[in-house]
Design a protein around this ligand. Structure first.
Ligand code: ATP
Ligand code: MG
Length: 363
């Protein structure tokens, strides 16, 4: 059997800096845990544009389709703002998501105890928080037709269409239920069935899949506006939240900020199972290329490292090794090690990107 394969697309800005720390961890797994990966690296975003004139070449796209998992850093930067829309760095990322058909976007919002102490109010609210938001990523109002700005009765009308097919709802619902099986067997499905037809269908299909295939899962339904309120009021009531593209966009940012810095937040985007049974998958930190701190060795590599932990869990069936890596992050934070973005008002001396990576590896 050949080793599991990873394509690394470090990208732009702080992408390569944080990905360097992940590369060291991947090497460590081969050397110390007998878990070797076949790693190839390639360009995406502005880096690919500089080399090839496009933000993602067909060759790189083909490689991404073949590997077990793609690890992506970040794309974009002010240097590329002037480019035509069709070759902007972000288009490389969108092409990967679209052609790999990554329909389930997983964003955990997890609060590490060591970072819960910003204020007592916040501590009660978020200490121990561990939510997983599953956002549908390839359909809904972002893609529904018709769309556009039209003339009607002498004025312009802006139109988008919220549209979901049964199969689109069913496949992302299965992703959420599978995830819930590895967690607390609870899913909250979020829509607005009170005012939207797509929401009515969403609720029906999710319920039918649960009844037929996942009777052990406790399923509840919530309107999106209420969910937003509950996330701020009592976030720990949730475990897995399943929702559509638009609501997921908003609710996952909201949940994310309960936990602290952008530099801490990983994500996974999963598609249909491949021939080997593993889902097509891309893992990336939630943050962008952070041009303001790029090249200074200040970036927090934890979001990217935790994204690799998700890869271990969801692409490589190495849940125990994923937990090992997450525990190492937790220990280093508990020891008080902080990159600049994690410094509280009490101050202190921040560590660099490579120092943070080295501490986690040592732990
Ligand atoms: P994008 O459009 O690519 O999503 P953005 O405008 O949302 O980018 P980010 O690049 O995500 O912005 O970063 C926003 C700010 O958060 C940055 O300016 C940076 O100061 C901070 N930041 C983001 N990621 C990190 C990180 N890993 N470590 C430290 N600070 C970070
Ligand atoms: Mg952003």
């Amino acid at each position: 059997m050949s080793n599991p394969s990873i394509l690394i697309l470090a990208g732009d800005g702080i992408g390569p800096e944080v990905m360097d720390e992940v590369k060291k961890i991947i090497t460590w797994y081969g050397d110390k845990r007998g878990l070797a990966f076949d790693v190839t690296e390639d360009l995406v975003g502005g880096a690919a544009y500089d080399a090839h004139g496009v933000p993602l070449t067909d060759e790189t796209m083909a490689k991404a389709q073949e590997v077990d998992a793609v690890m992506l850093g970040a794309v974009g930067g002010p240097k590329y703002d002037v480019l035509d829309f069709s070759v902007k760095p972000e288009r490389g990322l969108l092409r990967l998501r679209k052609e790999m058909d990554l329909f389930a976007n997983l964003r955990p919002a997890q609060c590490f105890d060591a970072l819960a102490d910003f204020s007592s109010l916040k501590k009660d609210l978020v200490a121990g928080l561990d939510i997983m938001i599953v956002r549908e990523l390839t359909s809904g109002v972002y893609f529904g037709q018709p769309r556009g700005i039209f003339e009607e009765n002498g004025e312009r009308v802006g139109l988008n269409t919220q549209r979901y097919t049964e199969s689109e709802i069913a496949r992302v619902a299965r992703s959420a239920f599978e995830l819930a099986k590895r967690r607390d067997n609870r899913v909250t499905s979020v829509e607005k069935a009170n005012v939207m037809e797509s929401g009515i269908l969403w609720r029906e299909v999710v319920t039918a899949i649960r009844d037929a295939e996942y009777p052990e899962i406790e399923l509840s339904h919530m309107y999106a506006d209420n969910c937003a309120m509950q996330l701020v009021r009592r976030p720990k009531q949730f475990d897995v939240i399943l929702t559509d593209n638009l609501f997921g966009d908003i609710l996952s940012d909201c949940a994310a900020m309960l936990t602290g810095s952008l530099g801490m937040l990983p994500s996974a985007s999963l598609g249909a199972p491949m021939a080997n049974g593993r889902p097509k998958a891309m893992y990336e930190p939630v943050h962008g290329s952070a041009p303001d701190i790029a090249g200074q060795g200040k970036a927090n590599p934890i979001a990217c490292i935790l994204s690799f932990a998700m890869a271990l869990r969801y692409s490589f069936d190495q849940g125990d090794e994923a937990t090992r890596l997450e525990k190492a992050v937790e220990k280093v934070l508990a020891d008080g090690v902080r990159t600049a973005d994690l410094m509280g008002p009490e101050g202190g001396t921040p560590v660099s990107t490579t120092e943070m990576g080295a501490k986690i590896l040592a732990a």
